[in-house]
Design a binder for this molecule. Structure first.
Ligand SMILES: Cc1ncc(COP(=O)(O)O)c(C=O)c1O
Length: 387
């Protein structure tokens, strides 16, 4: 096997020196405070059984899709899932992608055109940044959740030029931020988008299935008709894999024609698509109870944070994601190591994934976590600090 080029070797060495070398972790049976399986669907045997039933009911089973969706891969479960998703998430149309990463890459690389402007929250997910980078539009980041900053950047970029009808503006946010767990003021963002005649795009990865009676946060707020595109993903609370872009029928048609991450890749197998449908069926019967347990756990965890005097150290959040800022890669790794030794699966999030100095431990709460587990894990933080 060939030797790694020296430039690559030195990049790896730099990562090691910064304590930021990434490794693939082994599966553990520690208490789960790390996965995005917020509702416990990924570990739900019933969903696997329902997937099998759906496959049987839908006849022609093939192991793989056999091609891209535009060629032989668009098997019968795809239109079934997409019309279900459009109805469930109250959109005109849904287009399924192989993952949220692919959906964002396809959307942001193909929709904003040369001369268009994209304004995105500084903490937006890497998949959106990568998509924007692949496209030809100019992009500007605004301070996290800062509507005032966004407004001044919109005004500044348009100052001195009468806006040509040709220039489209896109504003991009997440409804629940993946690494902070907080949410923007979506109603104000809708207002501002209207004032500037901009298209608002919302990534709902960490809200899918949890808010708005098993829909998403945009639906909970009744804003679904005001949003140009929503990205929902199935790898988190839905416990499955894949994603969809929700929007108009014309947007769907545009993406089918121009989103390269949809066109040039093999489609999901019928088993994967049936798995997503089964997750939604399960959500319809058991979702409300699971969401109730998750919300109860979020409330309890926040109370514990307050009781333990850790409020100032955690990023304020009402979602399932709670982050304890532990500045420094080495420090974050050491504290996570302590919690792991104590039996808890808590992961450090290091720079460059987050800003230097904002390294953290990310606690993902689940419907299935117990009060005793939450209380013990926070107790371990105090123990670690008082060593
Ligand atoms: C906000 C956000 N968008 C998109 C993605 C990508 O989704 P997927 O894991 O389905 O590729 C993630 C997952 O990490 C995410 O957190």
């Amino acid at each position: 096997m060939g030797k790694l080029p020296s430039k690559l070797e030195s990049k790896l060495a730099e990562r090691s020196a910064n304590q930021s070398l990434r490794n693939l972790p082994e599966e553990t049976d520690r208490v789960d405070f790390s996965s995005n399986d917020y509702l416990g669907f990924a570990r739900e045997r019933k969903i696997s059984e329902m997937t099998g039933d759906l496959l049987k009911e839908n006849g022609k089973q093939r192991h793989g899709a056999g091609g891209s969706r535009l060629l032989s891969g668009n098997h019968a479960l795809y239109p079934k899932l997409e019309s279900f998703l459009a109805q469930h998430h109250q959109a005109d149309a849904a287009l399924v992608f192989n993952s949220g990463y692919d959906a964002n890459l396809g959307l942001f690389s193909s929709v904003p055109q040369r001369g268009d402007l994209v304004f995105y929250d500084e903490l937006i997910h890497a998949s959106i940044r990568d998509g924007i980078k692949m496209g030809n539009a100019k992009s500007y980041k605004f301070s996290h959740k800062d509507i005032q900053d966004l407004q001044s950047k919109l005004e500044m970029s348009l100052r001195g030029q009468s806006r040509s009808l040709e220039i489209e503006i896109y504003i991009v946010t997440e409804s629940v931020f993946s690494m902070d767990g907080d949410s923007p003021d979506l109603k104000r963002l809708v207002q501002l988008s209207k004032e500037f005649n901009a298209h608002l795009i919302v990534d709902e990865a960490h809200a899918t299935g949890i808010y708005g009676d098993g829909r998403d946060l945009v639906c909970e707020l009744g804003l679904q008709d005001e949003i140009f595109a929503r990205v929902i993903t199935f790898g988190k609370a839905m416990g499955s894999h894949g994603a969809a872009i929700l929007g108009s029928k014309d947007l769907k048609s545009y993406l089918v024609n121009f989103a390269r991450s949809l066109i040039y890749t093999t489609a999901l197998s019928s088993h994967s698509v049936a798995g997503i449908l089964a997750s939604y069926q399960f959500l319809e019967t058991k979702g409300a109870d699971r969401v109730k347990s998750l919300k109860k756990n979020i409330k309890y965890f926040k109370e514990l944070i307050r009781e333990e005097g850790l409020e100032g150290d955690f990023v304020e959040s009402d979602s399932a994601v709670h982050c304890l800022i532990v500045s420094g890669n080495q420090q974050a790794k050491m504290m996570a190591g302590h919690l792991q030794e104590a039996g808890f699966d808590v992961k450090p999030i290091l720079s460059p994934t987050v800003k230097l100095g904002e390294e953290r431990l990310r606690f993902c709460l689940h419907a299935f976590n117990t009060e005793a587990e939450m209380s013990r894990v926070l107790g371990e933080i105090k123990k670690y600090r008082s060593r």
